[in-house]
Write a protein that binds this ligand. Structure first.
Ligand code: GDP
Ligand code: MN
Length: 399
């Protein structure tokens, strides 16, 4: 489970990792008050359980403290990746000389703890890894292995820190390693670790994810108000809605809505979409033989998602029947209507009857099918995936 930045920083503070001296605020007026009191340049940071806040406009530097309240008002009105902003962390602005990255996580393939560092901080480490892998230092440890100061010194040197900072940087990395073990973390990250204009090192951000099954071992976290966070805390509003409806659903980053029949078909569809150069907007499982209501709800999740540009449907009638599938989709078309282009294919259990129902409904009411293309077993699934990618890029191009 993920911690908020301010919670992570509190843990940093306990382990003597330097952090800015910040305060939490729940309203613009509160921010205004703090700004008044401090009367210096600030940074206002939205506290939401997701990364990439900077890019999403959730981190604002306020040079004139008189502006703080107005900027805070804008921040409180934001939704970042679906999360409303309910609290801001107010900190004195840092003058940044250099931004670096230090993180520790678990390598699940090799069962190792891996320490990762880079001279390129402040940006997504995944981007750095993809574009300039030589700028990333990594080293693996067994869980019961020590992280020694010479390890830390090597790492600090690798990220290009001038020698006078190596000692302090190694102290910080060792503290981060202790924190990782002490609190049963799955991931701890300082991004960026900042070298300030005043030549000090400070953790400007924290990202921590803990193993919630181990929470009972840490009563001190409960005292800080860190308690088992229902997974909902980390869910997007759409994922929460899906959960209420009992639909296994996950938001992804792409623009193709995935409307599969069964998890297996969903995984395969995902691979096909990627193969043809597209990216899925979600993963979804219909969860057994779905009723027409349920199918309609699955489609609502996709059709109302602004990221979705086209919908890919792949139905394999196994236990469930394709005619029931067609009835559910038709019900959705009639009651809700489809605003996104969709292409779908049915095979398996009475697929011919499914196609027939679609054809009949289309004859009755052609407008309902204006954006909806359906196919039976005669069209290979690859064609459907290709078509969905095509439809999505037409939409993107036409924006
Ligand atoms: P994230 O985008 O959610 O990871 O949020 P961060 O806390 O990492 O902030 C994003 C970026 O905002 C950082 O990489 C910095 O470049 C910038 N930033 C954050 N705090 C400060 C600050 O105090 N002063 C300045 N000048 N920039 C900051
Ligand atoms: Mn960050």
């Amino acid at each position: 489970m993920r911690l908020y930045e301010f919670e992570g920083k509190e843990l940093f503070n306990r382990l003597k990792i330097p952090i800015p001296n910040g305060r939490l605020a729940e309203s613009p007026a509160e921010v205004g008050k703090i700004a008044n009191e401090w009367n210096k340049p600030l940074v206002l940071k939205a506290q939401v359980l997701t990364g990439g806040r900077g890019k999403a406009g959730g981190v604002k530097v306020v040079n004139n403290p008189d502006d703080a309240q107005a900027v805070a008002t804008e921040l409180f009105a934001l939704k970042i990746k679906g999360f409303p902003v309910e609290r801001l962390l107010v900190e004195p602005r840092l003058s940044i000389q250099k931004e670096m990255y230090v993180g520790i996580t678990i390598d699940r393939v090799n069962y190792k703890v891996v320490v990762i560092a880079s001279s390129k901080g402040g940006v997504d480490i995944e981007d750095v890894a993809a574009k300039t892998p030589e700028k990333i230092f990594r080293k693996s440890y067994d869980i019961d292995e020590e992280f020694y100061d010479f390890d830390a010194i090597e790492l600090a040197k690798q990220i290009g820190l001038p020698s006078q900072y190596v000692k302090e940087a190694s102290r910080i990395v060792m503290a981060l390693f202790s924190l990782f073990k002490k609190y049963d973390a799955k991931m701890v990250e300082i991004n960026p670790l900042v070298l300030t204009a005043e030549d000090t090192l400070i953790a400007a951000d924290s990202r921590i994810s803990l193993d919630d099954d181990a929470l009972f071992r840490h009563p001190d976290l409960a005292e800080m108000g860190i308690e088992k966070r229902h997974e909902e805390g980390e869910m997007t509003p759409r994922e929460q809605q899906a959960k209420e409806w009992g639909i296994p659903y996950l938001d992804l980053d792409g623009n193709i809505g995935m409307f599969p029949g069964g998890a297996g078909f969903g995984i395969m569809g995902n691979d096909f979409i990627h193969y043809y150069g597209g990216t899925p907007a979600n993963f979804m499982d219909s969860g057994g033989g779905p009723s027409p209501e349920r199918l309609a709800r699955m489609l609502v999740l996709l059709d109302e998602n602004p990221n979705v540009k086209a919908i890919f449907g792949a139905r394999f009638g196994g236990i469930s029947r394709c005619d029931d599938f067609a009835k559910g989709v038709i019900m959705f078309l009639k009651e809700h209507g489809l605003t996104k282009p969709m292409v779908t294919r049915m095979t398996g259990n009475v697929w011919q009857e499914g196609v027939r129902l679609f054809e009949e409904a289309k004859k009755e009411n052609p407008e309902l099918f204006a954006h909806f293309e359906f196919h039976g077993i005669e069209t290979p699934i690859e064609e459907i995936a290709k078509r969905a990618v095509e439809l999505a890029s037409e939409q993107e191009g036409g924006k």
